[in-house]
Design a protein around this ligand. Structure first.
Ligand code: 13P
Ligand code: ZN
Length: 284
C-alpha cells in the first residue's frame, strides 16, 4: 500500500492540520508521534527504504523494534497535509533501543523532531502503564496554558485544581491531573527524563513557558485532551482577567462528579480550599 493511503497516516495528517487550525503550531512549533501497529507496518512494508542508523540520544529498550510516524524537525504543521513526504517520517527503533533509522519520508532531507527523546521516553512509559493501549504523543504550544505558567505556582496540585474548576468535564477527561515541568532547555535527554517521570502518573504534562505534552490511545482522544486542557486554560485566563473568581465548583463537587462518572481522582486535587471564599481573588 502507498504510505499516504494508510488510514493511520491520514489520521495523523488530519490531527496535525486540526492543531494548525487551532493556532497551536506557529512556524515549526510542536511535534507529533504515533506508535505504529505491526499489521499497519505490514501493509506498507514494500514502500519502506531503511537509511543509516543514528543515535536517539537516550535509551528506550521498551520500544525495541517498534516503528513510529513522527513530524520532522523544523517542519511546519501547516505543511503536514500539503507535503507530507517532506514534513513527516517513519522511523524504526533498533534492538537495543538506542538508535533509530529513517525508513520513509523527509524526502528533502532532515531528521525527526528535536523532541524525539521526550516522545520516545513518554511512549515507553505510557506503553507499559497502559498495557500497550497508548499510541500517540502530542506536543503543542497552546497560548493560554503557556500564559498560565507565568502566573500560577508551578506545581501539579495548583494547575490541576485550577483547571478542574474551569469546566465540569475536566476531572473526567484527565482524572490523573497535570504534571508540571519547570522551565528547562528543550530538545534533549534531561527534559525527556523529567517529562517521562511525570507521565508515569499523568496523561498531560505542561512545560513551563513553552507548551504541553499529551498522551492518548488514538488521535481523537489525544487531540481532545489537548483541546480540553487548553479550553479550560482559556477560561481561567478570562476569569483572572475579569478580576478572579467570585464563585466556583467546590472540592466536594469535583469529587462527586468523578464518582458519578466512575473515574478516580487523587484526593490532593479535590481537597476543600480553606482560603477560598466568595470574593477572594485570585484563589490559588
Ligand atoms: P521541532 O521542529 O524540532 O519538532 O521543534 C519544535 C518544538 O516545538 C520544540 O519544542
Ligand atoms: Zn515546543
Amino acid at each position: 500500500m502507498n504510505v499516504l493511503k494508510a488510514p493511520f497516516v491520514q489520521g495523523f495528517i488530519r490531527m496535525a492540520d486540526d492543531g494548525w487550525q487551532q493556532g497551536w503550531h506557529e512556524r515549526n512549533g510542536g511535534n507529533l508521534s504515533y506508535r505504529i501497529r505491526e499489521e499497519e507496518i505490514q501493509e506498507i512494508r514494500e514502500s519502506l527504504h531503511p537509511g543509516e542508523w543514528r543515535e536517539i540520544g537516550t535509551e528506550v529498550p521498551g520500544l525495541s523494534g517498534e516503528y513510529f510516524l513522527v513530524t520532522g524537525s523544523g517542519k511546519f504543521f501547516r505543511n503536514a497535509s500539503l507535503d507530507p513526504e517532506d514534513a513527516l517520517t517513519i522511523v524504526e527503533i533498533d534492538e537495543t533501543g538506542t538508535q533509530y533509522r529513517i525508513v520513509w519520508g523527509l524526502v528533502n532531507g532532515g531528521r525527526p523532531t528535536s523532541e524525539l527523546p521526550t516522545h520516545l521516553m513518554n511512549h515507553e512509559v505510557k506503553k507499559a502503564a497502559s498495557h500497550g493501549r497508548h499510541r500517540v504523543i502530542y506536543h503543542a504550544h497552546p497560548t493560554n496554558i503557556v500564559a498560565l505558567t507565568f502566573v500560577l505556582p508551578l506545581d501539579d496540585v495548583t494547575f490541576t485544581r485550577e483547571l478542574f474548576e474551569m469546566e465540569t468535564e475536566c476531572p473526567i477527561v484527565f482524572p490523573a491531573g497535570i504534571g508540571v515541568v519547570p522551565w528547562m532547555i528543550p530538545g534533549g535527554r534531561e527534559i525527556a527524563v523529567e517529562t517521562s517521570k511525570l507521565m508515569q502518573e499523568h496523561d498531560v504534562a505542561v512545560w513551563a513557558h513553552h507548551g504541553l505534552f499529551c498522551s492518548g490511545e488514538d488521535f481523537d482522544l489525544t487531540f481532545g485532551l489537548m483541546h480540553t486542557v487548553e479550553k479550560a486554560a482559556e477560561i481561567l485566563v478570562k476569569v483572572l482577567s475579569m478580576g478572579g473568581k467570585r464563585q466556583t465548583i467546590p472540592g466536594d463537587g469535583l469529587r462527586d462528579v468523578s464518582r458519578a462518572f466512575g473515574v478516580s481522582v487523587p484526593e490532593k486535587y479535590v481537597l476543600e480550599k480553606s482560603k477560598e471564599k466568595a470574593g477572594d481573588s485570585p484563589a490559588f
